[in-house]
Design a protein around this ligand. Sequence first.
Ligand SMILES: Cc1cc2nc3c(=O)[nH]c(=O)nc-3n(C[C@H](O)[C@H](O)[C@H](O)COP(=O)(O)O)c2cc1C
Length: 187
Amino acid sequence: MELLEAIRTRRSVRKYKNDLIPEQIIKELLELAAWAPSGMNTQPWLYIVVEGKDYLKTLSDHCKSYILEAMEALPAIQSYRTTLSNPGFDIFYGAPVLVLIFGNKNAFTYPNDCSMAALNLMLTAWERGIGSCWIGFARAYCGTPEFKEELKVPPEYQLVAPVILGYPAEPPGQGSRKEIKVCFHRK
Ligand SMILES: Cc1cc2nc3c(=O)[nH]c(=O)nc-3n(C[C@H](O)[C@H](O)[C@H](O)COP(=O)(O)O)c2cc1C
């Protein structure tokens, strides 16, 4: 698949097959993700690959409870209260793999750097027929000191990008984009 085609056709995938992704492929995708640019070439990312159907389901439940408890302080996501309260709603959509991209907060531009790596990951995955979706709902809980301790993530690393990966159960839709706002300032 050409790069332009991957950019145009990648969509967030929210329905996955049960098939696991071979470890070698995950490693290759993460290695490619790390070719992303980073401020001063600090490459401040740390990847944690979380797998296990039951574990991810339980993790989804923790993430939902955590957000629901903090809901009052999060006006932007009030409209998701009903969805997040649904016991059947899995924030990871049954994906077999969750990649947590942490950034070393001592690197000045770590949120930007890790977001760049995340997009590289999503595009290269798509090029290999693997779907993905950035799961913002996972960030609050998976970024807590308790959870980081469970994963043995050093305290100086902050969670930037939780991204699920898996083989799509159905082809994604076409998606849509707003008309771009652009102004050329030619002197
Ligand atoms: C920072 C960020 C957080 C997101 N969080 C979620 C999420 O928690 N759950 C979800 O289903 N999609 C999430 N998405 C996916 C967006 O909904 C999706 O990218 C957007 O609707 C555009 O669709 P597309 O990715 O198919 O082009 C997130 C995307 C980004 C960039």
